[in-house]
Ligand binder design. Structure first.
Ligand SMILES: Cc1ncc(COP(=O)(O)O)c(C=O)c1O
Length: 324
């Protein structure tokens, strides 16, 4: 029997020029150990190993998310808007990218061990798995302080510190930015993204400006809690490069929820409320006369089920029922 291991193919990914989805890991691909591979592949598959489009494991499905034009919610727009659907990541969130990147980085440096380390992380969104809620009045700083307290009291705890971790911006510089650049064939004029840690907007925006310094980078903030553009200065993550931002657009919660609902009903895109907020900001920019004919790329960071499911899906259900 011809035995073939993936370790015989250190450049396996390059053998799939037509396979877009393997690109994510091409910069950091680690072949499977020969023992595992030989026990898995049959001669029938050995013969096809160059051409099958099957991921080795779920991490190879991270990234390479599709872009789609918005068509129905764009009344009055003079620019085109293309949404990048991070809602189609394996765990339904842009955070898949930094999960992979921060874990690989910490493993390579020997700071965490699979099966032993407990990862504790402050998050305002969907980086977490088991959740400890903190006082909303204390904002992100409150969540960070609480995470530090938990990490100190727990053996084998490790904090990635996504708000300060350069592996966060790095993965967006290495993947999200190039994906948008390639998928738009370099004609993107404006890049719009919400700001949590600032990793997405900084890493992606920095890449796009490296490719074309005229690309405008626009951040989106909740109007009720605007820490960059607002009257209520708050905690600024160290990885957020504020100087990179050409503009920050404020969007209210009500506008964000209403737009998330419209995206589901009119565009068929079930995305989270922050995607609604990002869409409101992109539409605002796309209506400005000076942006006529431009292409705006906007990040939709997560799927609709993970944020306020009853609120959002309930509203869609009621509307759907009343239309019948
Ligand atoms: C749900 C959600 N996920 C991810 C992000 C991106 O955040 P970050 O700035 O941490 O890259 C945002 C930003 O608005 C968000 O709302």
């Amino acid at each position: 029997m011809l035995t073939l291991s993936l370790s015989s193919f250190p450049s396996l990914l390059l053998l799939h020029p037509q396979s877009k989805r393997h690109r994510f890991v091409s910069f950091n691909f680690k072949p499977k150990p020969a023992a595992a591979a030989t026990s898995v592949y049959s001669p029938r598959i050995d013969n096809l190993v160059d051409s099958v489009n099957i991921a080795d494991d779920v991490t190879q499905l991270i990234g390479r998310t599709p872009m789609v034009y918005l068509n129905k919610v764009t009344q009055g727009c003079v620019a085109n808007i293309a949404a990048k659907l991070e809602s189609m990541e394996p765990c339904r969130s842009v955070k898949d990218r930094i999960g992979y990147s921060m874990i690989s980085d910490a493993e390579e440096r020997g700071e965490i061990t699979p099966g032993k380390s407990v990862l504790v992380e402050p998050t305002s969104g969907n980086t977490g798995l088991e959740i400890v809620l903190t006082d909303p009045e204390k904002g992100l700083k409150g969540a960070i302080d609480k995470a530090e307290e938990i990490a100190l009291s727990m053996p084998n705890a490790y904090m990635f510190q996504q708000f300060d971790n350069v592996a966060n911006t790095k993965i967006h510089f290495e993947t999200t930015g190039p994906e948008i650049w390639e998928d738009t064939m370099g004609i993107v004029d404006i890049f719009v993204a919400g700001i949590g840690t600032g990793g997405t907007v900084t890493g992606t925006g920095r890449y796009l400006k490296t490719m074309n310094k005229k690309v405008q980078v626009v951040g989106v903030e909740p109007a009720e809690r605007s820490v960059i553009s607002g009257e209520n200065p708050g905690y600024l993550p160290s990885i957020l490069d504020v100087k990179l931002l050409d503009e920050v657009v404020k969007v209210t919660n009500v506008e964000a929820v209403e737009m998330a609902r419209k995206l589901a009903l009119e565009e068929g895109l079930l995305v989270g409320i922050s995607s609604g907020a990002a869409a409101v900001a992109a539409i605002n920019l796309a209506r400005r006369p000076e942006n006529a004919g431009k292409l705006i790329a906007v990040i939709f960071p997560s799927f609709g089920e993970s944020h306020h499911p009853i609120f959002l899906i309930g509203a869609i259900f009621i509307e759907g029922t009343s239309r019948r």
